[in-house]
Structure formats: C-alpha cells, structure tokens
Design a protein around this ligand. Structure first.
Ligand SMILES: NC(=O)c1ccc[n+]([C@@H]2O[C@H](COP(=O)([O-])OP(=O)(O)OC[C@H]3O[C@@H](n4cnc5c(N)ncnc54)[C@H](O)[C@@H]3O)[C@@H](O)[C@H]2O)c1
Length: 668
C-alpha cells in the first residue's frame, strides 16, 4: 500500500516533530489539535527547526518554507483524516483519550487508512480493543526529537495484519529511520521496557539510602554517560517516570510501584525541570554534578545486567530479534553499544548472580533472571538460537506473568492446576495432568503462582492439595529431563523453591495421598503441614533406582518426620510403602476411605476452631524451631506469644471460651 497523505493528531512535542519529518521527505501532512493557537505555535517551532536544518544543508536542497507549505492544520478530526493514508495519533499518554481519538478517526477515515499510535508504553491492542477494523491498527513509536532520532518502533498489535506491518516498516525506511519490528504487543515495547527496570533500581537505591542522586549521577558521569540517571528523570519529567512505573506495575510486575521516593516527588508536584524541582533544584539551571563525589556502592554491571535481562525476556517472548534490540537501544538511547553486544562479554552465571543479588537485596521480582539466564542459555538467547520449543514454553509461562490482581484471572486459565474455593475459607489445589498427574515445569510454575495468590488471600485459611482422579502424583515428569549438570541443578532448585514456598505459606496445608505419591508427589506431600490418605496408597522415593536422589526437598524433609534411620532406609532402598505403613510411621496423620471427601471435615474443623494467626505462628515455631537449638526455639516461642497478645483473634478466642460459643476469628 502506498502512503502519500499523513495526518498527525496532536501537535505537541512529538506530533510537531513527526509532522516535520514527513514533510521533509515530501509527504502531504495534515496536523490536527484542539485549537488553532496550539497549531500555530507548533508551526512556528517547526519553522525554526527547518531553518536550522536548511542552514546545515540537511533539507536535501529544499527550502524551509517549501517544506513547511506541505503542512496544513485542522481543528477537526473529521476533516483532518478524511483523505489520509496514514493517521498517527500523538495526544497525551492517556489510554481513554487515545481510545476516543481512534474511535473518531475510525469513523471518518477511509476503511483502508492505517491508524497508528505514538504511545510510549500503552499496549496497542488495548487501545484498539473497541474498534471495528483492528487489522489496520498498529504502533509507530518515534523517539524524541523525531527529526534527530533514528529509531521508530513499529508495533504489531494482536490483530494487525502483516500487510500493514510491512507497509509501515517500509515507510520508516523511506523517511531515513531504522524500523524496529515489535512482533508482539507488550507494555513499553522494546526500548522503554528495557529501560524500565533500571528506572526502578535508581529509585530503590534512594529508598534504601544507598547514595544521593548526586553521588550516583557522579558515578555514571565518571563512566562517560552525558547525563546521570536522576538528572535525566528530572529532564524527562517525574510525572512521566511515575506514570510509566505505575503502568508497568499494573501490566507487568506489581513491584514496579514499590518506590517511595518517586511517589513522594510526584505527590509534592516536584516534577523535575518543568517545575523547577525534582531530584535536583533546577531554579538556577542545570544542576552541576561533581564527579569527585562518585559513589562506589553501585557499578555499571548493576545496570547492564538489568538491560541484558530485559532484552533476553523480550527475545524469549518472541517480541523482537536480538539484532533489532541491539540497534533499538543504540539508536533509541543514542549510545554506541546495545545490550546484546555487551552481553557477549559475560557468562550466564555472572549475569544471573548479579540479578539474584539485586532481586534479593531489593526484594523485587522485576530483577529476577530470565529463564534462559537461569538455565545457562544466555548465549543461545542473544545469538538467536533458542529452540522454538524453548521459546514457546518460556513464552507460555511468561504470558501468565501476573500482577496480584491479574493472578486471580490467570489462575482460571491454568492448564495443570485448578483452584477450588469452599465455604469456611477452605481452598483446594487440584493437580491435573495426564498420566498420574506427573509434575512438569509448567505445573511447578502454576503452583508457585497459586501459592502466591493464596498467600495474599484473606478469604483462604486452609489449603488442601490433591490430584485429579484417583492419584495424587506419581512424581516428576521425566520427559522433561534437562541436559547439563548446571541446568539439572537449576531444575532441582526450582522444585525446592516452590515446595519451600508451600511449606512457609502462613495457612494450614493438607496433602491428600491417594493412588500414588511417589518421588516429587511424595515431596509435595512432605512440604504440607498434614497428610491424609488411603490405606493402599503407594508411597516412596524411587530416585536412587534411577541414579538420582530426591531433589525437591525429600532428602531433607522425610527424616524430620520419621527420623534419620527410617528415612535412610526408605530412600536408599527406593522401596514403596502403603498408606497403612506410612500411618504407623507418622507420615500420614489420618487414614480415610474417601480422602477427598473426608478431608473436608478435618479442614472445616480446623478452619472453625483454630485461630489463623496461631496456625501461621505454630507452623514457624515447629518448622523453623526444629532447626535451631532449643533455647533459641524457646525464645521464638515467647516472641510468638508476645505477638499474639495484641491480636483480635486472642481476644475473640478468650471471649468465645468464656461465653461458651464458637469463636469467629478474623486472622488478625
Ligand atoms: N515527549 C516524548 O519524549 C515522547 C517520546 C515518545 C513518545 N511520546 C508519546 O507521544 C505522545 C504525545 O506526547 P507529547 O510529549 O508530544 O505530548 P504533548 O503534551 O507535548 O502534546 C500532546 C498534544 O496533544 C494535543 N491534544 C490533547 N488532546 C487532544 C485531542 N482531543 N485532540 C487533538 N489533540 C489533542 C495537545 O493539545 C498537545 O498539543 C504520548 O503518548 C507520549 O507518551 C512522547
């Protein structure tokens, strides 16, 4: 499709720059805004910019006035879009406003007109949600100032047609820019998404008093950057940074909204250069930063690791190619290098260790390493060698990356696990996989999310874990056997991590052992607080017979229940025992004929009679207390009593006892 007539809606910083670029390259441009006064101001700015370019001989031999004459102005969208081949929306970053503009443009533009948004972060698919002809909606993200910046991200929304993408990519080349193909819609697209974790890190550094803006900026300037990160945030606008972080918190990871410093500045309307105050005082002009004050508490690697990590996530999710990411960051951030070439100097392990350190230091999952980095596949990722199956698998998992609010919705779509809720604040997690509910990587991922969800749900106090059909689980899915000792270690750590999370959840957990509870299925049960099952359930650790050891906590948890001698015997022989034997060893707390039904009585009685705060503390006292000397354990116990003293549940428990009624615990 040939583009000749371009309409730009919004004539602010970006709209006027975009209009100027198209006019320079000979397109007919219509510029639309809410008032003629704003449009005249924009025309004046364009004129002075064109005159400068003319002086520098950068108008391909044309005169500024000739270029300017290609731009006409409008205050009506209907008039502005009616002959357009392409409409570019550049109004403020507000999803509802953008939706409204698109709806209007769709009404008045021809059916084949391409409608594009210059949004910085908002998913194009969301903007296009209510439109009729979604295949012609795309993103066309210019960088500021459009006349100078070489990058334009071309974004494919869920329904954008390939033809529209190809037309836009070609068009971007024709106006002398580098088109970065964003193959899947994602908040922040490529460059802003790569930038987002470091903005968060810089804010958290201040929250955690690691240094002052000046000390940290001084460090980055001493490393050759033209502007320090805080100076840059002040320049861009604290409101813009704040809004972006909030949007990413809503759409990617909740912990993007963790930073207090930025919230305070935003609340106090200290928005940076434009208000005269932000991280710095701008009333006397640009802040003077003394590089001698550079802190040594942060390194370039902190930032580079975050950029590499986000780039790898984009590759894993099939959002952009390594080459486009490299060029995108170079051209979009005006830097001589991009994250892909930097990543070539590091091993997976170096980047992974740095990211894990940041994630645990700031308690923030945005910094957690991407799957490929965790699995030692950094080089494969940046060299475009991730196998399709790996990309797909990682992508499927990542698509479910949640905000806590979204988690609830995403649980409904889980493939390997079902969460059922019952009265009395009881919930059931049902493993649901073919062939005896074998535990796959996907199941572990989904289990982890369900646990995190339950952790924060005050409407759940008792959790039952069971399997679909007549079996709990016959163990790990060996079809997913990963090669390489390091990957194998990581695989074990994943299961350990999820089961540890389960064992620490401040709710009572009960495993239903039926059919088979072997290997990983047995380990899952051991991570629960109580176990119930049938007399004939087959229980055991067959790992040694396969040349393995129980690798998801089984080698540690079993001996804590049955003692060292019996645990040793069960593990080294790999023998199976029945539910009846397990009951006599104290592994099973109750024997039932129909455990899925009968367990509900036990759950109900605990949910009705035991205070949730007491249960949460008892779990800690028993699980952690068994690992420390008794005097430390006793100290923990008295602290727990101190904590309970002021709870509403204690008052309610005593009142109910005195009044001879059932308590109504609140869990606080
Ligand atoms: N400024 C940047 O550095 C930059 C870079 C890339 C992308 N963006 C994105 O580009 C878009 C525009 O940003 P900007 O910095 O140019 O904003 P801006 O505030 O400078 O300009 C927005 C313009 O839109 C006009 N406008 C508002 N409501 C309108 C309506 N109903 N109809 C027509 N025009 C309307 C305003 O009058 C104003 O002229 C935003 O989505 C922003 O996130 C900005």
């Amino acid at each position: 499709m040939e583009i000749k007539n371009v309409t730009v809606i919004g004539s602010g910083t970006m709209g006027q720059g975009i209009a100027e670029v198209f006019a320079i390259y000979g397109y007919n441009v219509k510029m639309e805004d809410i008032s003629q006064e704003i449009l005249n101001k924009a025309l004046n700015n364009i004129k002075s910019s064109l005159l400068k370019l003319e002086q520098k001989n950068q108008l391909f031999g044309k005169k500024a006035d000739e270029v300017l004459s290609r731009i006409s102005t409008y205050t009506s969208i209907q008039e502005a879009v009616k002959d357009a081949d392409l409409v570019i929306e550049a109004v403020p970053e507000n999803e509802e406003l953008k939706k409204k503009i698109f709806a209007e443009a769709e009404n008045y533009a021809r059916k084949e007109t391409i409608l594009a948004s210059n949004t910085s972060n908002i998913r194009i698919t969301d903007i296009a949600k209510d439109l009729r002809y979604k295949d012609r909606i795309a993103g066309l993200h210019f960088f500021n100032p459009p006349v100078l910046m070489k990058l334009v991200e071309v974004i494919k929304a869920e329904d954008t047609s390939d033809e529209v993408m190809d037309t836009l990519v070609e068009l971007v080349r024709k106006i002398g820019k580098y088109p970065l193909r964003v193959m899947k819609d994602t908040p922040g697209f490529v460059v802003n998404r790569i930038n987002a974790p470091e903005s968060l890190l810089f804010c958290l550094l201040l929250d955690n008093k690691v240094g002052t803006p000046e000390e940290i900026d001084a460090y980055f300037k001493s490393q050759g950057l033209p502007m320090g990160p805080y100076e840059l945030m002040d320049y861009v606008g604290i409101d813009v940074v704040y809004d972006s972080l909030e949007y990413f918190a809503k759409t990617l990871y909740p912990c993007f909204s963790k930073c207090n410093t930025i919230k305070e500045l935003y609340k106090n309307k200290q928005l940076g250069m434009k208000t005269g105050k932000g991280f710095y005082d701008w009333s006397k002009g640009r802040p003077v930063i003394d590089v001698k004050k550079a802190t040594d508490k942060i390194t370039m690697l902190d930032v580079l690791a975050l950029e590499i990590n986000e780039s790898v996530k984009l590759i894993e999710q099939g959002i952009a190619s390594p080459e486009d990411i490299e060029n995108g960051v170079k051209y979009g951030m005006n830097r001589p290098y991009g994250p892909i070439s930097v990543a070539k100097s590091f091993t997976s392990l170096e980047i992974k260790s740095k990211l894990e350190e940041l994630a645990s230091r700031f308690n923030c999952d945005v910094f957690e390493p991407a799957e490929s980095i965790k699995n030692g596949l950094l080089r494969d990722a940046i060299e475009g060698r991730l196998k399709v199956s790996e990309t797909k698998k990682i992508e499927e998992t990542k698509r479910k990356v949640e905000t806590v609010a979204e988690l609830k919705g995403s649980i409904e779509n889980f493939k390997t696990i079902r969460l059922e809720k019952y009265p009395n604040k009881i919930a059931k997690i049902v493993l649901n996989r073919p062939k005896y509910n074998l535990i796959s990587g996907e199941l572990l991922d989904e289990l982890e999310k369900v646990i995190k969800y339950i952790w924060n749900d005050p409407e759940i106090n008792v959790v039952i874990i069971t399997g679909e059909g007549s079996v709990l689980s016959a163990g790990a899915d060996l079809n997913e056997f990963v090669s390489g000792s390091f990957q194998f270690l990581e695989n074990s750590r994943k299961g350990e991590r999820v089961f540890q999370l389960l064992s620490e959840i401040p709710k009572l957990t009960i495993a239903v052992m039926k059919g088979y509870a072997l290997g990983g299925g047995f380990e899952l049960s051991l991570a629960c607080d109580l176990r119930v099952g049938t007399e004939d359930v087959q229980i055991g650790f067959p790992e040694v017979t396969l040349g393995l050891v129980p690798g998801w906590g089984g080698s540690q948890r079993l001996s804590r229940i049955v003692g060292l001698g019996k645990a040793m015997e069960l593990i080294v022989t790999g023998q199976r025992i029945t539910g009846k034997e397990a009951y006599s060893l104290g592994i099973l707390n109750r024997l039932y004929k129909n455990p899925d039904e009968e367990v509900m009585e036990l759950a109900k009685s605990i949910a009705e009679n035991s205070a949730p705060v007491s249960i949460a503390l008892v779990k800690r006292l028993l699980n952690k207390g068994s690992q420390v000397p008794i005097d430390v354990g006793l100290e923990m116990e008295s602290f727990a009593m101190g904590v309970l003293y002021s709870t509403e549940d204690l008052k309610e428990g005593i009142m109910a006892f005195l009044q001879k009624r059932k308590p109504e615990f609140k869990g606080r």
